[in-house]
Design a protein around this ligand. Structure first.
Ligand SMILES: NC(=O)c1ccc[n+]([C@@H]2O[C@H](COP(=O)([O-])OP(=O)(O)OC[C@H]3O[C@@H](n4cnc5c(N)ncnc54)[C@H](O)[C@@H]3O)[C@@H](O)[C@H]2O)c1
Length: 437
């Protein structure tokens, strides 16, 4: 298997050198003459632990050569890895022109190639890039995707400063591909890696890198906002975070990371607001924390808009408490959603097996009576009867008994708006709307 790598920057030289170290014949394609000359002298074009040694070794063995000759690179290799830059434009939009330029260049040569060629997009690029890339090649060559060539997404997860190590020990190899030949080839190419090999749709793979990087950025800013607050309060933020990360159950875990409905209850909203308020009071700007409540309110608005789109006058809501298994209604996003639906003139009925209004008391009772005055007249005790009376059902709590009720319902066709992923096997379409899927 012979490989060409387009772009010998941080990602490209690491991939090229490490694949060459694994015994593949690799051609590095670059537009910079200086980088080509440097690599061919056995010198790494970037400063990075271990890469100097690897480049020296693989150029000496003849496994890695750099070139500007695209024709040679395409005709003499089976796979091309695209590692060119995808910088920001002034507007913030990602500039994909370097990527698409390689599609034009590769397409030009592929016209005359008789054997199958596979292109892997390693650069970070917006969902849709791979398909557009394939279209450019099809237009340029008149060849058929999957038959004569294919393009797949294979994002790179390395970190500068630890790049060689990350190349050899990634969290997983991710391939966005819907071509069997392509998948087989790439599995073989990466067979030296011990990590899980995940094959998914092209768009999911393209999305992943943005999700990862945005989350990492969020983590950095979150920790730094906490540190600014702590410093002003004379608290050592290093110690705070050291203890915070010890909680692998709720803090550093998958918990609270599933797409679904807004948060609520008597703690999260109150405590986020309190921290944001206190920060203002002591003169510390913590915009990430300050905007958490805005983002949460937007999720309730998003659910409201999803329901309104159905144009159904009668809405049945499963679950009114702030989460499954409790009768706590305080700051429940479902209560706020019902309030908004009533304001829009919808007839709303509610079923929640945990909420018996006669039994709730104290701040819980005060809260719900303030938000929805006549809530007791909306509560239904029989879920099937409720479904019979409405046009659309909204799932606001993740309670498996609601799933059973709906699966066993044999009445009319009913639209289900799922805010909590109660039906992970379903896709938005006929009679089912997922809030974010
Ligand atoms: N740097 C990282 O840590 C990292 C990690 C993961 C993913 N990524 C992503 O990988 C991509 C590349 O990042 P980078 O940091 O290696 O970029 P870079 O700017 O260091 O390297 C890009 C290289 O591509 C070359 N190039 C541009 N057009 C070319 C063409 N038509 N043919 C051949 N070579 C061409 C440039 O001369 C340059 O050497 C980006 O999308 C980036 O977001 C970067």
């Amino acid at each position: 298997m012979k490989i060409s790598v387009f772009g010998l920057g941080y990602v490209g030289i690491i991939s090229a050198a490490c694949l060459a170290e694994q015994g593949y014949k690799v051609l590095g394609v670059e537009v910079s003459k200086d980088k080509i000359a440097q690599v061919n002298k056995g010198v790494s074009p970037i400063v990075e632990p271990y890469v100097g040694e690897v480049v020296k070794k693989v150029t000496a063995s003849g496994n890695l050569t750099a070139t500007a000759d695209i024709k040679k690179a395409i005709l003499e290799t089976d796979i091309s890895l695209i590692c060119v830059g995808t910088p920001s434009k002034d507007t913030g939009e990602v500039d994909l022109s370097y990527i698409f330029k390689t599609a034009e260049e590769i397409g030009e040569i592929l016209k005359e190639k008789q054997t199958f060629h596979l292109v892997l997009i390693r650069s970070t690029s917006m969902p849709g890039t791979v398909d557009k890339y394939a279209e450019i090649i099809e237009t340029k060559t008149g060849k058929k995707r999957k038959k004569d060539f294919d393009v797949a997404a294979n994002p790179e997860f390395l970190r500068e400063g630890n790049a060689v190590n990350d190349f050899y020990n990634p969290p997983f190899t991710l391939l966005g591909c819907d071509c069997e030949t392509g998948e087989k080839t790439i599995r073989k190419m990466y067979s030296f890696l011990e990590c899980p090999f995940i094959v998914t749709s092209i768009r999911t793979a393209e999305m992943l890198k943005y999700v990862n990087n945005t989350f990492h950025a969020l983590k950095v800013d979150f920790a730094n906002e906490i540190s600014r607050f702590c410093k002003k309060k004379n608290i050592d933020s290093r110690e705070v975070i050291d203890i915070f990360i010890l909680d692998r159950k709720l803090n550093i875990s998958e918990y609270y990371l599933r797409p679904g409905f807004a948060f609520g209850g008597s703690c999260l909203p109150k405590d986020v607001r309190a921290l944001a308020y206190e920060a203002k009071k002591i003169g510390v700007d913590i915009p990430v924390v300050e905007n958490i409540m805005t983002s949460n309110e937007l999720q309730i608005e998003w659910a409201f808009q999803t329901i309104i789109k159905e144009k159904s006058p009668k809405v049945g809501v499963f679950g009114i408490s702030f989460k499954n298994g409790t009768d706590d209604l305080r700051e429940s996003p479902a209560v706020l959603l019902v309030e908004r639906l009533l304001g829009k003139g919808k007839e709303v009925l509610i079923y929640d097996e945990n909420v018996h209004l006669a039994n709730i008391m104290g701040t819980n009772k005060e809260y719900v009576e303030k938000e929805i005055k006549h809530i007791s007249s909306l509560m239904e005790s029989d879920p099937v009867k409720m479904i019979d009376k409405v046009d659309i059902v909204v799932i606001a709590n993740k309670d498996n008994s609601y799933r059973e009720i709906l699966n066993n319902y044999t009445g009319r066709d009913i639209v289900v708006v799922d805010l909590v992923n109660l039906f992970p096997e379903r896709k938005s379409g006929k009679n089912y709307r997922g809030i974010g899927w």
